[in-house]
Design a protein around this ligand. Structure first.
Ligand code: GTP
Ligand code: SPV
Ligand code: MN
Length: 611
């Protein structure tokens, strides 16, 4: 359809008087030439219409099993299964401001490229306009966005992941608020006579951020963080830049509320790289008598200085986009219970014969027959997994039985401790406490992990992942660390969260996991709380404070002394080698690495020598 023939008139049909929003939507419609324009109101009725439509077009499969009420399965194109870091760009005005961890393209050049690829990109499709807010509408300073997308799957997923629709639009108008303009197209225009496919996408992909103007442009992918633009693109990459400018932090962290048998509650955030256990820890079922866990979030945390010298944390999201494989009744019953309440979208999981979904690790027994994520018959003899390793469940967070009431606090709660952790087979002990704030930043700055299926590329090689934010820092990584150093000025010394380094994934001398992990991580959390309360026993090692084997509550746990020794060991030879990697890593920062953090590496070197 030629542009002139489109039936929309944005200025006339827009359900808003917000001129900047009308102009934004009109300009994108002009550029992308959609067949229809739909302003998303976020209602149940709209959701039903969209999911009916997606079932008709084959994008969604309605699950008929009573175990998955009001839920759907989606199967992506096999070439569109994860975030594409090599196609993710931070187009700051100066190259220096994107830093060495990001891909940079000169903004004017990128704008030209984008005008090219977005030209007519929505032909034959409906353009949806989604007003959304990250965090609460009632927050002191609500952070708004408007995602324009030609994917109804994105609309239904965004409805789970963020607060969207008419209420948000009214608030944007009332406050005459700024919103982050976020444009998304699957990049698969339909010309008259073209047949659509269940998962349209484009081989060419661009996930682009303009940090100064706070814009997001995403082209070619319909998957997860590439397409649900409130998530990584806004709540981490753009928000990290806003946070730098406004004096707060936007982080890749879960938030857990832990209550001790003495009824004292602590709020703990933890940054682990993608697919390294955030959702699992966020939904932990404590294995120790009298301990209670509640969750506030599993992926993204905004940390802001409060009025009384404390740091406050809140979760800007409204749902889980969790790794399905490995999530099961025996590993993460809280996630399973939330999923069982329905209202979920499963992407790249396998279909069961009774109209449900299944993935590796969901149940102890493997079904005899499945349709795998590629649509093929699957039996336990098949060579490939039935679900893609980055298959995801998308589920509303308020379906969680153990949701902390504080999740609904518009301005968050006081943060007591921060955990950094990665997937390391060697070197990094089960848990280590930092000496002070800057030493904790050093933990975060040198955090490393073996790569997973959450992003394209080879799985299993060690990469440095500062604060688990490597793919998500929206500006120069050295400036980001400097901001972490400086943000502590806003908090009073005694109110600064304490920082810990954890590693659930260390191997024992026989090559197996040295630590049982999952729910048994309660025992590590207990030690952390004891440290916060000032009575946990620790040994001072060259790398920080680690628990003595006796200090960990191992009651009722079947684990050998040898494994505990392997889990807790600080091996000077391993750390000497680690320092070589750290030096190399710090070398990449150039001038922008803060001196205080470089000095931490020197102190570590001296301590290892002296040990
Ligand atoms: P993103 O959503 O990609 O940011 O991932 P995430 O950090 O939330 O990871 P998630 O909790 O989904 O865990 C990913 C995988 O890590 C799961 O498949 C688990 O098998 C594994 N895992 C989580 N916790 C533990 C643990 O304590 N020990 C071991 N050995 N594996 C764990
Ligand atoms: C991650 O990769 O850290 C995720 C999944 O949480 S995505 O939403 O695709 O970024
Ligand atoms: Mn994540």
């Amino acid at each position: 359809m030629a542009p002139g023939e489109n039936i929309w008139d944005i200025a006339k049909d827009a359900p808003t008087t917000h001129q900047k929003l009308i102009d934004f939507v009109a300009s994108i419609a002009e550029l992308t030439e959609p067949q229809n324009v739909h302003w998303v109101d976020g209602s149940e009725e709209e959701h039903t219409r969209l999911t009916d439509h997606l079932v008709d077009t084959g994008t969604l499969t309605r699950l008929t099993s009573p175990d998955f009420p009001n839920s759907f399965a989606a199967f992506s194109d096999p070439a569109d299964v994860a975030r594409v870091e090599s196609r993710t760009f931070i187009c700051s005005e100066k190259e220096r401001d994107a830093g060495f961890t990001n891909n940079w393209v000169e903004p004017e050049e990128m704008r030209k490229t984008l005008s090219g690829v977005f030209q007519g990109a929505m032909r034959g499709r409906t353009m949806y306009v989604i007003p959304f807010v990250m965090g609460h509408l009632e927050a002191d300073d609500p952070k708004f966005g408007v995602e324009i997308t030609d994917s109804a799957y994105v609309v239904t997923s965004m409805r789970i992941m963020a607060r969207i629709g008419t209420d948000v639009l009214r608030k944007i108008e009332e406050l005459d608020a700024f919103f982050v303009p976020a444009v998304h197209s699957v990049g698969a225009p339909l010309e008259p006579g073209d047949e659509d496919v269940p998962w349209p996408c484009n081989e060419d992909k661009y996930i682009v951020h303009f940090p100064e103007s706070r814009e997001i442009w995403s082209f070619g992918s319909g998957y997860g963080g590439n397409a649900l633009l409130g998530k990584k693109c806004y709540a981490l990459r753009i928000a990290s830049v806003m946070a730098r400018d406004e004096g707060w932090l936007a982080e890749h962290m879960l938030i857990l509320k832990l209550t001790s048998p003495e009824q004292k509650s602590y709020y703990i955030s933890a940054a682990f790289p993608s697919a390294c256990g955030k959702t699992n820890l966020a939904l932990i079922d404590p294995t120790l008598e009298g301990w209670k866990a509640e969750t506030l979030g599993d992926d993204i945390t905004w940390i802001r200085p409060g009025a009384n010298g404390e740091f406050r944390v809140m979760n800007p999201e409204a749902g889980y986009f969790g790794v399905a494989p490995g999530t099961g009744w025996h590993t993460n019953a809280n996630a399973m219970r939330a999923i069982a309440k329905g209202n979920s979208i499963f992407t790249n999981c396998a279909l069961t014969d009774d109209g449900g979904v299944w993935w590796e690790g969901m149940t102890e027994e493997t079904p005899e027959h499945l349709i795998d994520w590629t649509g093929q018959n699957w039996t336990p003899d098949s060579d490939e997994p039935a679900a893609h390793p980055n298959a995801r469940f998308c589920t509303p967070i308020d379906q969680t039985d153990m949701l902390a009431p504080e999740y609904f606090e518009p301005n968050g709660v006081k943060l007591d401790a921060i955990l950094f952790g990665g997937r390391r087979k060697t070197t990094v002990p089960l848990v280590t406490e930092a000496r002070d704030w800057n030493h904790g930043i050093f933990f975060g700055a040198t955090l490393s992990s073996e790569t997973t299926a959450a992003a394209e590329g080879q799985v299993g090689t060690v990469r440095r992942d500062p604060m688990a934010m490597l793919p998500f820092i929206g500006y120069d990584a050295g400036d980001y660390l400097k901001h972490w150093v400086e943000v502590s000025d806003a908090a009073s010394e005694e109110d600064l969260p304490r920082i810990f380094l954890v590693n659930w994934f260390r191997r024992n001398r026989d090559g197996g996991f040295a630590w049982p992990g999952f729910a048994e991580n309660t025992r590590v959390l207990k030690w952390i709380v004891e440290r916060l309360e000032g009575h946990g026993e620790a040994t001072e090692t060259p790398i920080g404070f680690t628990p003595t084997p006796e200090a960990l509550d191992l009651s009722g746990l079947e684990v050998s002394d040898q494994d505990i020794e392997d889990a807790l060991k600080v091996d000077p030879a391993e750390w000497a080698e680690e320092l070589v990697g750290i030096d190399e890593w710090f070398g990449e920062f150039g001038e922008s690495l803060p001196e205080t953090i470089r000095a931490e590496a020197e102190q570590l070197r001296q301590r290892i020598k002296a040990d």
